[in-house]
Structure formats: C-alpha cells, structure tokens
Ligand binder design. Structure first.
Ligand code: HEM
Length: 224
C-alpha cells in the first residue's frame, strides 16, 4: 500500500499526524497550566524550553512537517468527498453524522488561522506588542512569559478570540479522536458507542482546560 496514492494510506497518514499533533497539544497544555502554580512555574518552564537551542528548531521543523501533511491531506480528503459520485453521496447521507464531523474542514481552517495568529502573538511577538514578553521586565533574570500571557488575556478581545479558537479545537478533536480509532479499526461492534463517548470526553477535557487559561486572567482568578 502506498501511503500517498491510496485513500487508505492517506487516511492512515491523517490519523497518525493528527495523533502526533494531539501529543503536542497535551504537552503544551501541561506547560501552560503551570500558570495556575504562579508566575515562576511558567517562566522557568519557558526558560528551560529556550535553553534547548538547536533541539527547539529540530522540533519546530518536525511540527511544521506534521501540520503541513495533516492540513494538505485534510483539504484533499474534503475535496474528494465533495466530488464523490451521487451514489456515494446518497450512501453518505444515510449514515449517522454529527455537526463535528461535517464541520471538520471549517474547524481545521479556524485552527490554522488561530495558529498563525498565535505564533505572531507569543512566539514572534509582533501583535499586541503592548503585552508581549520583550516589553516585560525580566523576573529573576528570566523572560516574564507569565506577564506576557496575563497582560494579553486581560484584554476581552484577545481572550474571546482564544475561547472561540478553543471551541473549534474541541469540535475538531471530538470527531478527530473517534476518526483516529475508526481508522485503526478499533471501533467496531458493541464498543463503538463507548469509544465515541471516550473521544468526546477527552475533547471536552482539552477544550475546557485550554479555555480556563484566558478566562482565569480575564476574570482575575489568576492575577498578574
Ligand atoms: C490558552 C491557550 C494557549 C496558550 C496560553 C498558549 C501559550 C503559548 C506560549 C506562551 C507560547 C510561547 C512559548 C515560548 O516561546 O516561550 C506558545 C507557543 C506555541 N503554541 Fe501555544 N498556547 C495556547 C494554545 C495553543 C494551541 C491550541 C496550539 C495548537 C493548536 C498551540 C500551538 C503553539 C505552537 C506551535 C507554539 C510555538 C512553539 C515554538 O516556539 O516552537 N498553542 N503558546
């Protein structure tokens, strides 16, 4: 089986790259949740990451590759589905579907737009420059990432933009996780509903945990 030319191969690549991206958002979430442990925790975490030097760039290149393959195959899959024969469409229309499944391409594109904005915001630091780290005083000789994140989310506009993007993340994961299990052939027989429920619960967890970060600053539950 050729991974790119066969549709099964492409689905498999989609599933594997998707799962690796879930691995990234899990680690990223754990790092970000350290804001609830106070300013030092996330500042030390960010300093450790930056001190990895070339490893950070190798990691960034791998991430870029994963995103590129996942997005390109997602767009191709959507175009193939929409140009499918009327018979295939009739069969598809009879199958049980969900809002999350139907909106995969849209939630995916919202996430892509979010990612570009997010990188310009916290990594390149060229948007919301009044709040970004380069303008924050160093704390114990460290870049004050805590203040950068907190000052940004004190703005209702920025917080709402992140909350909307995290809702898209929830919807995307809620179908993506089930789809991953289905592609691997683990989702059959009586276990099907259980697997769907677990996928949805995991997606809810990610959505709520990520949304908690901007809201905690916006409502001053975590203070800068
Ligand atoms: C409330 C939600 C989020 C917060 C507070 C947050 C916070 C941050 C911060 C502070 C950085 C810069 C780290 C540094 O250079 O010190 C960063 C980078 C990044 N974030 Fe997020 N993030 C959030 C959600 C997400 C999501 C959902 C994704 C993926 C879909 C994501 C993907 C990335 C990527 C790819 C980077 C660049 C990593 C690098 O520099 O190599 N983030 N984020």
């Amino acid at each position: 089986m050729h991974l790119i030319t066969s549709s099964v191969g492409r689905k498999l690549l989609m599933a594997v790259t998707g799962m690796m991206l879930v691995g990234f958002i899990t680690v990223h979430l754990l790092g970000n949740l350290s804001i609830f442990a106070g300013s030092e925790a996330i500042n030390i975490y960010a300093e450790k990451l930056h001190s990895l030097g070339p490893i950070v760039w190798i990691f960034r290149l791998i991430m870029l590759g994963l995103f590129a393959v996942h997005i390109a195959l997602g767009i191709q899959l959507t175009m193939e589905n929409s140009s499918a024969s009327p018979e295939a469409y009739a069969i598809k229309a009879r199958l049980k579907t969900t809002f999350a499944a139907e909106s995969m391409i849209y939630t995916g594109l919202i996430l892509l737009a979010f990612l570009l904005y997010h990188l310009l915001h916290f990594t390149v630091q060229v948007v919301h420059t009044d709040a970004v780290a380069t303008l924050q005083p160093l704390v114990n000789g460290r870049l004050n990432v805590f203040a950068m994140v907190g000052n940004s989310f004190n703005s209702a506009f920025v917080s709402i933009a992140y909350v909307v993007a995290m809702c898209a993340l929830f919807l995307h994961l809620s179908h993506g996780l089930q789809s991953f299990i289905q592609t691997l052939g683990l989702n059959n027989g009586p276990s099907q509903d259980k697997v769907s429920a677990i996928g949805k619960l995991v997606a809810i967890f990610f959505g709520l945990a990520y949304i908690a970060i901007p809201l905690a600053f916006l409502f001053h539950i975590v203070k800068i």
